[in-house]
Design a protein around this ligand. Structure first.
Ligand code: 13P
Length: 251
């Protein structure tokens, strides 16, 4: 059985004081019977690492640069975030793809760098509203996935996570319905199964896009949804904690 993972992507939010109270507010509600992952801005990694020490809460980076070191001003490597306790990194979040023009190939390079360092990449995929309306959701996601499969092969997905985040659902308050989300998760699992059935059966697939305490339970109850990648609602300790508790019975 696949464990349920609840991940909070804080995006470009937070302050020293805010991070202290958010993490302590979340920890006060635990321990949780599901995997919990916090993904703060790079500058707060060390602070969060200290706050979660001795707990089962995991730490992740929002992005990484695939180059190992050197003349990359502003870049942050996998080995750097590893030093601060990161076991996970998001790759190919739609905000990176749109705001920073990241290509499928660059995303695949980041994924590969994580795998080579023994870190778990969370590959984000998803369609825009126009793509959904044009009925090309599965095709778009197959393309995003194919770029990574071509670079690393399906075996790399034994230690990876995929997050389906429809672009139209991110930060809009308009989540995919459980039926819509399940259909895409099932399609993603079938894409992996076409390469390797065992790996497809074990890869955790998360849903992301306006997840909150009202809709989380029904989403997490879907058979191919193994957790959630949460933006806005992960910035409120009570709300995030409530979703983690719902996840305890899911899966
Ligand atoms: P929201 O939960 O704010 O819609 O953000 C989703 C997301 O992008 C998580 O990575």
């Amino acid at each position: 059985m696949r464990p349920t993972l609840i991940a909070g992507n804080w995006k470009m939010n937070g302050s020293r004081a805010g991070v202290d109270s958010l993490v302590s507010g979340i920890l006060r509600q635990g321990p949780f019977g599901c995997q919990v992952l916090l993904v703060p801005s790079f500058v707060f990694l060390e602070q969060v690492e200290r706050l979660i020490v001795g707990t089962a809460v995991a730490l992740g980076a929002q992005d990484i640069d695939p180059r190992p070191e050197g003349a990359v001003t502003g870049g942050i490597s996998v080995s750097m975030v590893r030093e601060f306790g990161c076991g996970y990194a998001l790759v190919g979040h739609s905000e990176r793809r749109t705001l920073f023009a990241e290509t499928d190939d660059q995303v695949a390079e980041k994924f590969k760098a994580c795998i080579h360092a023994g870190m778990t990449p969370i590959l984000c995929v998803g369609e825009t509203r126009a793509e959904r309306e044009a009925d090309s959701t599965d095709e778009v996601i197959a393309g995003q996935l194919a770029a990574v499969l071509a670079k690393v092969g399906v075996s790399a997905f034994a230690t990876a996570v995929i997050a389906y985040e429809p672009v139209w659902a991110i930060g809009t308050g308009l989540s995919a319905t459980p039926v819509q989300a399940q259909a895409v998760h099932e399609a993603i699992r079938a894409m992996l199964a076409a390469e390797d059935q065992d790996i497809a059966a074990q890869t955790q697939l998360l849903y992301g896009g306006s997840v909150n305490r009202q809709n989380a339970e029904a989403l997490l109850a879907q058979p191919d949804i193994d957790g959630a990648l949460i933006g806005g609602a992960s910035l409120k300790a009570d709300e995030f904690g409530a979703i983690c508790r719902m996840a305890e019975g899911a899966g």
